[in-house]
Design a protein around this ligand. Structure first.
Ligand SMILES: *Cc1c(COP(=O)(O)O)cnc(C)c1O
Length: 385
């Protein structure tokens, strides 16, 4: 292994493109100066297509969880009834945040590895008209499930007055997202997953319907008060010192996404998902999720009895390749490959062929090369622009 080569393929943080790295090395500028104002002015309209919204997208300095917390404290009041759909570790995080703020949580658990069925939510809301907000996860990073957010938002609005809050941290910028059209009221993402930046920024947008609730919400809040971000962004500024270097990087990321074209970005992720899934199917190593529930940004593969942990050790030691393990009760049972952001089909071939060696070394009876071949065949069967 090369001492300074890191093949970082966990589902975030993800690798940074060299041009973004260079943009971030610019000398720092004053956050209240004209240059920062102009930078925010240029960034502001270009974030909207990623969210699929005409609303402003607010930039908050903090990790993705601070974005989730922003959604909670702005939409809910202590004692409010909210529904949290838990399809994995990140749904569970919404539960913990809401409980910390003394919000009454109705927890709707879905078996890990499967997506929520919106019909179940319909029934729940009919029985519980007191629910004011429904929290959900778009890509559940802990299992590699992409939840059907469009159908979910539709069902919520048909059967209640509740707001729909969506955690899109591990997929906005990599999968189709139509916040306005789908009726998503608050959408959150982060910098270090599909957006090819270091950790440190979170992005939040709110619908008009959500703004009515936010404005009337009298719960105490300060750093995460969305009203402050809105008042400031109107003047092309932020209420507190932003992570200026990350803003330099963000402008370059938006340029890269424009150059490739969002539709192409989405199909690249879809292709990488299909290549990865075909590879493990060919190797006869089971996938955690069904084809229908699979996320284009992260794939979870089942390897029981801590074989996942053994595999992770071998590929890290020999190739510097990092993939993630399972979270909570899935630790030792699965490993997860992040194929998002600065990741190409060529990278996927490298990941697969490297993992094949790892599987051999831990004693899995695989047919060496069959996974790589299946991925190559998927690549060749697609029309690539
Ligand atoms: C990574 C992630 C988060 C936020 O995590 P931070 O570590 O706080 O940045 C939230 N939700 C999902 C779905 C994620 O993948």
């Amino acid at each position: 292994m090369l001492p300074d080569q890191q093949l970082l393929r966990i589902p975030g943080p993800s690798p940074i493109p060299p041009s973004v790295q260079r943009a971030m090395s610019q000398p720092i500028i004053g956050h209240r100066g004209q240059e920062t104002k102009e930078l925010l002015q240029r960034i502001k309209p270009r974030l909207k297509p990623l969210f699929g919204t005409t609303q402003d997208v607010f930039i908050i300095t903090g990790s993705g969880t601070s974005g989730l917390e922003t959604a909670v404290v702005n939409t809910a009041h202590p004692g409010d009834d909210v529904l949290v759909i838990v399809t994995g570790a990140f749904g569970d995080r919404f539960v913990k945040i809401a409980q910390a703020y003394e919000i009454k949580v109705h927890r709707y658990d879905v078996e890990w590895g499967t997506a929520v069925n919106p019909e179940g939510i319909k029934e729940y809301l009919k029985k519980h008209p007191e629910i004011k907000v429904v929290f959900s996860t778009y890509c559940e990073t802990s299992t590699g499930v992409l939840n059907p957010v469009q159908e979910l938002a539709h069902v919520v609005h048909q059967n209640s007055d509740a707001l729909v809050v969506v955690d899109g941290v591990s997929c906005v910028g990599a999968v189709k997202t139509k916040m306005d059209e789908w009726g998503v009221d608050v959408l959150v993402t982060g910098s270090q997953k599909a957006l090819m930046l270091p950790p440190g920024l979170t992005f939040v947008a709110a619908s008009e319907r959500a703004w009515k609730v936010i404005e009337d919400n009298k719960r105490p809040r300060f750093y995460l008060d969305l009203k402050k971000y809105r008042d400031n962004l109107e003047k092309d500024s932020t209420p507190f010192t932003p992570a200026v270097s990350l803003l330099f990087g963000l402008e370059q990321v938006l340029k890269l996404l424009d150059e490739e074209g969002l539709d192409q970005v989405y199909s690249r992720h879809h292709l990488m998902m299909e290549m990865t899934r075909a590879a493990f199917q060919a190797l006869d190593v089971p996938l955690l999720t069904s084809d229908k529930a699979a996320s284009p940004t992260v794939t979870a593969i089942k390897l029981l009895n801590s074989q996942s942990e053994q595999l992770r050790k071998v590929i890290k030691k020999e190739f510097g390749l990092s993939v993630a393990g399972g979270q909570a009760h899935m630790k030792g049972e699965i490993f997860r490959i992040g194929h998002m952001g600065y990741c190409s089909p060529a990278d996927v071939l490298q990941i697969i062929s490297t993992i094949e060696i790892g599987l051999k070394k831990i004693g899995q009876p695989i047919d060496l090369g069959s996974g790589t071949r299946a991925a190559q065949e998927i690549y060749l069967s697609q029309e690539v622009k």
